[in-house]
Ligand binder design. Structure first.
Ligand code: FES
Length: 156
C-alpha cells in the first residue's frame, strides 16, 4: 500500500516570510530580555550574599548621644538591617542583623543579652557568636570607629 502524498495548497509568500521573521525576532528579543533579567537578579542576590556588609555601603554616622551606655541602636546599613550595642565595658560593637543560616533578621534581646533568630530558633551571644541552633557562623561584625561624639559604622 502506498503512502498518501500530501500536497500543500498554499504557498508561502515573501510577505508571510517577513511576518514570520518579525515574529521570531520579537520572540527572541523577549526571551533574551527575560534571560538577562533572570541572570541579573541571580548575580545581584549572589553579590549581596557574598559581599561583606551587603555590598559597599557607605559608613553610617550615629550620634553617640543616641546610644547611651547599655543601650542598642538599630539602623539600616546599605540594604541590610544592623545594630550597634553600646556595652557598659569596651567600645560599641556593630553587627549585621542577618542570620548566617538563611538570612532571616535576628532580634536583639537586651534583657537576656542575646540575639534570637525566629526562623529556626538560632541563638547568638552579645558578641555575635553562635550559642545554639543551625547558624553555621557568627553574625557579621561591622567596623566601628568612635570619633568625638559620633560613631561611624561600616564603610571600607
Ligand atoms: S535563618 Fe536563622 S536560624 Fe535559620
Amino acid at each position: 500500500m502506498a503512502e498518501p502524498t500530501v500536497h500543500s495548497t498554499t504557498a508561502i509568500t515573501e510577505e508571510d516570510r517577513a511576518f514570520l521573521a518579525t515574529r521570531r525576532g520579537v520572540l527572541k528579543g523577549v526571551l533574551g530580555l527575560a534571560v538577562a533579567l533572570g541572570l541579573g537578579s541571580v548575580f545581584c542576590g549572589l553579590y549581596r550574599f557574598l559581599a561583606p556588609g551587603g555590598g559597599a555601603a557607605a559608613a553610617v554616622e550615629i550620634p553617640l548621644g543616641d546610644i547611651p551606655l547599655g543601650a542598642s541602636y538599630t539602623f539600616q546599613y546599605g540594604t541590610i538591617p544592623a545594630i550597634v550595642l553600646h556595652e557598659e565595658e569596651g567600645k560599641p560593637q556593630a553587627f549585621s542583623l542577618l542570620c548566617t543560616h538563611m538570612a532571616c533578621t535576628v532580634v536583639w534581646n537586651g534583657e537576656k543579652r542575646e540575639f534570637y533568630c525566629p526562623c529556626h530558633d538560632g541563638f547568638f551571644d552579645a558578641g555575635g557568636n553562635v550559642l545554639s541552633g543551625p547558624p553555621p557562623a557568627p553574625l557579621e561584625r561591622l567596623r566601628v570607629e568612635v570619633k568625638g561624639e559620633k560613631i561611624w559604622v561600616g564603610g571600607a
